[in-house]
Ligand binder design. Structure first.
Ligand code: 5GP
Length: 179
């Protein structure tokens, strides 16, 4: 099978990740350890690159939710699969997502993390499908806006495939329907 067509190439991603890291480092300067909460599985590569570009002290945590099964059609339902393990009470938390589509997942995550009583919660997503928003949820740091198409690569999958592509590509509608 041929590789998905390129939507955002590797150089553009790394440049933008560097810009986000600089902005986050400025915003959290002198605030103590920033807790980066990566949302599994899709954010793992973005989190790895972003966290290494920060110039402030940081701690890595992970949380896992399940929302879409293995396909590309939203069920709307979000379920907690794994909560953060470390103590984040009174700490500044930044949720690191791969993509925000309807916003249901991010809203759910904020609720879960608020129950841990952090000092603050902000949100960062590499990609945002702005036209698909169903829920009013603020994304403090956005890498790129994308249209309503299924994207893969740089951590994002289609049926667990293509996560390790170095760029963001698109999956053709035919592939989405037919597997
Ligand atoms: P939301 O709850 O905002 O509708 O969906 C968020 C989740 O849906 C993301 O964390 C991701 O797992 C999945 N998702 C939405 N759109 C895409 C996409 O285009 N590609 C991939 N790989 N995942 C997506």
């Amino acid at each position: 099978m041929s590789n998905p067509p390129v939507l955002i190439d590797e150089a553009a991603i790394l440049k933008r990740v560097g810009e986000l890291a600089d902005q986050i480092s400025d915003d959290y300067a002198d605030k103590g350890d920033l807790v980066l909460v990566g949302v599994l599985k899709g954010s793992f590569i973005f989190l790895a690159d972003l966290s290494r570009r920060l110039s402030i002290p940081r701690i890595i945590e992970f949380i896992a939710v399940s929302s879409y099964g293995t396909g590309s059609v939203s069920s709307g339902a979000v379920r907690l699969v794994m909560d953060v393990r470390g103590n984040i009470e009174n700490r500044h938390v930044l949720i690191v997502e791969d993509i925000v589509d309807t916003g249901h997942t991010l809203k759910y995550l904020i609720g879960i993390l608020e129950s841990h009583r952090p000092a603050s919660i902000r949100t960062c997503s590499l990609l945002h499908k702005a036209e698909s928003a169903e829920v009013d949820v603020k994304i403090d740091y956005v890498g790129f806006s994308v249209g309503d198409e299924w994207v893969v690569g740089y951590g994002l999958d289609f049926g667990e495939q293509d996560r390790t592509l170095p760029y963001i590509g698109t999956v053709a509608p035919d592939d989405r329907n037919g597997g």
